[in-house]
Design a protein around this ligand. Structure first.
Ligand SMILES: N[C@@H](CCC(=O)N[C@@H](CS)C(=O)NCC(=O)O)C(=O)O
Length: 217
């Protein structure tokens, strides 16, 4: 990593901002040093505050400053791809082409899909909800996530026990889902429960969860 490059990641309220968690976790796991700035969500001036920095009016936003240049990268997927491209040593995607294509596909599937699951089981890290019956579409999407995790772990998961062996952007994209399953009391089969525990036990995840406690809501 070049020492003269400075990274600033703008994120939303940690308890709710699943899109912010994804690149934040990827950066922590890759040991990329960055400054983080939290913009509280769900406030009357949230949009205005985000727009002071991010042209999309959304977080996350990564600001990359180097010498006299300042680049903006918004959107969780674009941020992760940009970091993977610029910092190959961080190995943010799996090494093998087949695993990498699979990892990209499932990260993109999460990024562009699962709307019903997202709406019915929102991320709310500190909450514990009573399990409720799931609508068919949500149930199908929970099952789809089971299939994705099973397939990745069986075909590509290795010694370190992440979806593609070592931690990758794919794990970062599914980390908010892990917390959603806990919050909403969605039970998992043993292999997936172990995977879920591994994600929750990451020091970075614990750091994120601890920080939600001191947030104003
Ligand atoms: N597709 C975008 C979605 C970003 C997004 O929806 N961010 C939410 C917070 S999680 C946001 O900024 N909302 C603006 C608001 O609440 O006013 C991404 O992947 O980064």
């Amino acid at each position: 990593m070049t020492v003269d490059t400075q990274y600033t990641l703008f994120i939303g309220t940690r308890n709710y901002s699943s899109w912010s968690l994804r690149p934040w976790l990827a950066m922590k796991m890759a040991d990329i040093h960055f400054t983080e700035i939290v913009i509280p969500l769900r406030q009357p001036d949230t949009r205005e505050k985000i727009l002071e920095h991010s042209p999309s009016g959304k977080v996350p936003l990564l600001v990359i400053e180097r010498q006299n240049t300042k680049e903006l990268v918004w959107d969780s997927f674009a941020i992760c791809e940009t970091l993977a491209e610029r910092l190959p040593a961080a190995q943010l995607w799996p090494e093998g082409a087949v695993a990498r294509a699979f990892a990209r596909s499932i990260a993109a599937e999460m990024h562009s899909g699962f709307a019903e699951l997202r709406a019915a089981l929102p991320m709310e890290i500190i909450a514990r909800k009573r399990p409720a019956p799931l609508a068919d579409a949500v149930h199908r999407q929970v099952n789809r996530i089971h299939d994705i995790w099973y397939q990745a772990l069986k075909l590509h998961g290795g010694r370190d026990g992440f979806l593609f062996g070592r931690f990758s952007i794919a794990d970062a994209f599914y980390a908010p889902v892990v917390t959603r399953f806990v919050t909403h009391g969605i039970s998992l089969p043993p292999l997936l429960q172990e995977y879920s525990q591994r994600i929750l036990a990451l020091p970075a995840m614990q750091q994120w969860a601890a920080a939600t406690q001191s947030e104003s809501r």
